[in-house]
Design a protein around this ligand. Structure first.
Ligand SMILES: NC(=O)c1ccc[n+]([C@@H]2O[C@H](COP(=O)([O-])OP(=O)(O)OC[C@H]3O[C@@H](n4cnc5c(N)ncnc54)[C@H](OP(=O)(O)O)[C@@H]3O)[C@@H](O)[C@H]2O)c1
Length: 353
């Protein structure tokens, strides 16, 4: 039973998932949460991680620290993706065992299920087929973390749980158009298109100063030069007439508002142990949307009057990626944010910074 003053170590508190977990824990009155940035404690160092655990002796651990990125980053920094993620997981899990952590919740990801997995994806489909080659280093490290939790439980009697969230979005997301995931990229693109239609260059400049465009284009933007802004935005497919999107839009994706993930994670941490959960548990809505419909929804919500230009020469990616959430539902948990509300909240948060 977690008490309000139980010592909780939240690893990765500045990330998309970590900030949502901190909001949720604080809103439920947990008042003894320890957080450190990666420069204060680099979890790749076993020595530093052990010293921290020995001194602090947390009761509960949320492991939301990881090296995360899109296809391009995964492809460019393959060695870092496998090394950093294996080291972070191995060090935190070993230290949690060594220094008597009561329960640990490890963040896996739905992107580590096999590339050709049957749909919807059940928990026991893990490791039943080849991985998606573009993120194999990351996936191998995340699978190692899941297996570490499982085998520490089996050998040492620890209580380490792994959850498998679907695609997440929400406050504190990555809006860099080069490295972001599809949903935050769409939110931002349509927002910028609407500002262009309104000729609101002041707000465009403010937005660009907070969130980089990426692709090395930011240096081409000359402050208070509208021409340079129009040029750069058109290079990433944003004009006042249209927004360009990769692929055909004929694929399906599932999305979960990150506060729902935090809600489910805290719910599981409070009420269940690894013996109830098994090796992993999926966390999602169990509902997907056609990309074309998602684009139309975001376009409508943004107030943009432009059209959508599909670039069908670009790849679509996997046809469908949907989680089977029957295990989670059987525990009595269901998401609260429907896609439309989540997108509106995420957009408000992006604009308000
Ligand atoms: N985003 C998604 O859609 C999604 C979906 C499914 C699962 N997940 C999983 O959720 C977890 C968190 O993802 P996220 O999207 O929140 O990532 P994120 O926004 O990139 O945040 C990553 C966090 O990890 C910390 N970190 C990175 N390297 C570290 C190191 N060497 N030592 C200590 N801390 C380090 C960072 O700390 P600093 O900020 O201090 O550098 C940051 O707080 C990951 O395991 C990911 O696989 C994410």
């Amino acid at each position: 039973m977690i008490k309000k003053d139980s010592k909780i170590y939240l690893a990765g508190h500045r990330g998309l998932v970590g900030t949502a977990l901190e909001r949720k824990l604080k809103s439920e009155g947990y008042n003894n949460i320890i957080t450190l940035t990666s420069s204060q404690l680099d979890l790749r160092s076993q020595k530093d991680t052990n010293e921290f655990f020995e001194e602090e002796r947390p009761d509960y651990v949320f492991l939301a620290a990881a090296k995360v990125g899109g296809i391009l980053a995964n492809d460019t920094y393959k060695a870092e993706f496998i090394y950093d993620n294996i080291m972070i997981a191995a060090n935190v899990i070993e230290a949690s065992y060594r220094y008597g952590v009561k329960k640990l919740l490890n963040l896996g990801s739905s992107c580590i299920y096999p590339k050709e997995s049957p749909q919807p994806m059940k928990e026991d489909y893990l490791l039943t087929g080849k991985l998606e080659p573009t993120n194999e280093p990351y996936a191998i490290a995340k699978i190692a973390a899941i297996k570490l939790c499982r085998y520490y439980n089996e050998q040492y009697g620890t209580d380490f749980i792994s959850v498998m969230p679907t695609n997440l979005y929400g406050p504190n997301d990555n809006y860099n158009l080069e490295t972001s995931h599809v949903l935050p990229a769409l939110i931002r693109k349509f927002y910028l298109a609407k500002l262009l239609q309104e000729k609101n260059f002041t707000e465009i400049q403010r937005n660009i100063s907070i969130y980089p465009i990426g692709y090395g284009l930011d240096k081409e933007i000359v402050k208070e030069d509208e021409e340079s802004i129009i040029n750069v935005l058109s290079k990433v497919g944003i004009t006042s007439e249209y927004v360009e999107i990769w692929g055909t839009g004929e694929v399906y994706r599932e999305f979960l508002y990150v506060d729902d993930l935090a809600g489910a994670s805290v719910f599981i941490m409070k009420n269940y142990s690894s013996s109830d959960i098994g090796e992993v548990i999926n966390i999602g809505t169990g509902e997907d949307i056609k990309l074309k419909d998602l684009v139309n929804l975001i376009s409508e919500l943004s107030g943009s009057r432009g059209s959508v230009k599909w670039d069908s020469s670009k790849p679509d990616g996997t046809f469908r990626k949907l989680l089977d959430v029957s295990k989670l539902r059987s525990l009595g948990w269901k998401h609260q944010y429907e896609l439309k509300d989540g997108i509106q909240k995420a957009t408000e948060k992006m604009i308000s910074l």
